[in-house]
Design a protein around this ligand. Structure first.
Ligand code: DAK
Length: 260
């Protein structure tokens, strides 16, 4: 595994579960280009490791991430931004095949909220605050906020959050469908690990195929989506995990999935 400056990676944090911690605490984990590049590289490495089945991405108690690094962007021109092409980094993160759970405490703002929404599930501490405050610095969400937030919480709340820059707390985020679980601040990472463990015992192949199919529902019409789902379903019958899962059911025992 590479070593990184702004993230801490523990590939074997728990059995089959890797932990990635954003680690720029002095800047509330603001996402500078180096951090995002490191995150993309780490996720790619973890995606390629057979023993890793689920990735948990977290920050610290005070901040998951307070957004893209404003100080790094402030004096850039449109052409600078185009050349830096941050999209390619975000696209790399989005391509991760294994499930990623964001464990969020404190601020998840702007690019930080977008990063959490790019993950597959969100477990939040009671102190979590989600927001897209870009409007307050004269811009707008640029890494999926207008699209993913609207789909997650609906137009009314997304529009209000994006146009006012106001934050919502964990309780409201839960009611709106943005997050999966809430836990007290000292337990949110444990809660994310519990969720990760429930997924890590499943067939890694089925997990990845199912993740891919769910994400396709954001991009395809219903007919194409159903067709895509069916192909992935059939493909799973090429693997041993399907045989193991169905034999274990019939033999009344727990399956032992190997990911092959
Ligand atoms: N960038 C840089 N530094 C930040 C930062 C940020 N986003 N957020 C906080 N910091 C720094 C502060 O400057 C301060 O540093 P020092 O002054 O100590 O050197 C330190 O973190 C602690 O912050 P505060 O002193 O402000 O702490 P408070 O508790 O008083 O306030 C806060 C916390 C989160 C309310 C406040 O820091 C804040 O409003 N932060 C900015 C939040 C924000 O506006 N976020 C959105 C940024 S724009 C794209 C990809 C991504 C994006 C766009 C495009 N593409 C792929 C094209 C994303 C854009 C954004 O996220």
């Amino acid at each position: 595994m590479n070593t990184f400056e702004f993230i801490i990676v523990e590939p074997a944090y728990q059995q089959h579960i890797a932990l990635v911690r954003l680690n720029r605490p002095d800047a509330l984990n603001a996402l500078n280009l180096q951090l995002m590049g490191e995150l993309r590289d780490a996720l790619k490495e973890l995606d390629d490791m057979d023993e890793v089945r689920v990735i948990v991405l977290t920050g610290n108690e005070k901040a998951f991430a307070a957004g893209a690094d404003i100080k790094q962007m402030a004096d850039k021109s449109a052409i600078d931004m185009l050349k830096i092409d941050q999209f390619s980094t975000w696209d790399g993160i989005k391509r991760t095949k294994k499930p990623i759970i964001a464990a969020v405490s404190g601020f998840a703002l702007g690019g930080g909220c977008e990063l959490a929404m790019t993950c597959d599930m969100i477990v939040a501490s009671e102190t979590a605050k989600f927001g897209q405050p870009e409007i307050k610095i004269g811009v707008m969400p640029g890494a999926g906020g207008t699209q993913r937030l609207s789909r997650a919480v609906g137009k009314a709340l997304a529009m209000e959050m994006i146009l006012t820059g106001n934050f919502i707390n964990a309780e409201k985020a839960m009611a709106a469908g943005l997050i999966n679980r809430i836990a007290p601040v000292e337990l949110y990472l444990d809660e994310a690990m519990k969720l990760a463990t429930e997924i890590a015992v499943q067939s890694p192949l089925a997990t990845q195929m199912a993740k891919e199919a769910v994400l396709k529902s954001y991009e395809l019409g219903l007919q194409e989506g159903l067709y895509f789902e069916r192909k992935n379903y059939y493909l799973l019958f090429a693997g041993q995990d399907q045989k193991e899962g169905m034999s274990a059911f019939i033999e009344k025992r727990k399956p032992d999935f190997k990911g092959n």
